[in-house]
Write a protein that binds this ligand. Structure first.
Ligand code: MC0
Length: 145
């Protein structure tokens, strides 16, 4: 079903501080910035591999409001950040969506929504994955560059 791990989503209370840590200290490259109002996030995508050949990405997610999914996650986590989701890349969202439903997974949205860089995204509820929020993402034809 899945092509690879597309990215790991880290909830961060403070985007500037998180960028200093991950870019200035860790040395990852900033690939993409975006605000997604529907998801309630300010997002920074970081490259972890050689230029243009990412070995999965790291996605920093700062909440746009306390009521957003990431805002609630941070609140429940005592105000600290943490791993909010893991995103599996798929090549054919509609086929994978149908297969997952057939196999009993609980998808959050009836139809895919808009994600980073124009990706099509959906989520599998943590209650049907053993406690981890899983995103499935079909990147646009020319992702992130
Ligand atoms: C909640 N739970 C989690 C969790 N969030 N478990 C693992 N990872 C998470 N991130 C657990 C709670 O602890 C609770 O377990 C149960 O799920 C239900 O929690 P809840 O508090 O009732 O539910 P909510 O209101 O926190 O909602 C959880 C839900 C929400 C997954 C439905 O976070 C959601 O809609 N997520 C999808 C959207 C999203 O995450 N957007 C941000 C990334 P107990 O055992 O206490 O019942 S946007 C993004 O990533 C885009 C930009 C992209 O990549 O392209």
């Amino acid at each position: 079903l899945f092509v690879c791990i597309d990215h790991i989503g880290l909830a961060v209370p403070d985007m500037d501080e998180a960028l200093r840590l991950h870019v200035d200290v860790m040395g990852w490259r900033l690939l993409h910035r975006e605000q997604n109002q529907e998801q309630g996030v300010d997002e920074a995508m970081l490259g972890t591999g050689a230029q243009g050949d990412e070995n999965a990405m790291i996605q920093l997610l700062a909440p746009l409001s306390p009521e957003s999914a990431v805002g609630k996650f941070i609140e429940k986590n005592g105000g600290r950040g943490g791993i909010q989701h893991i995103a599996y890349r798929v090549a054919d969202m509609d086929a994978v969506d149908a297969t997952l439903r057939e196999r009993g997974a609980t998808l959050l949205y009836p139809a895919p929504k808009s994600g980073t860089g124009g990706a099509r995204i959906n989520f599998i509820h943590p209650k049907s994955t053993g406690g981890v929020l899983l995103e499935i993402t079909e990147p646009p034809a020319a992702p992130h560059h």
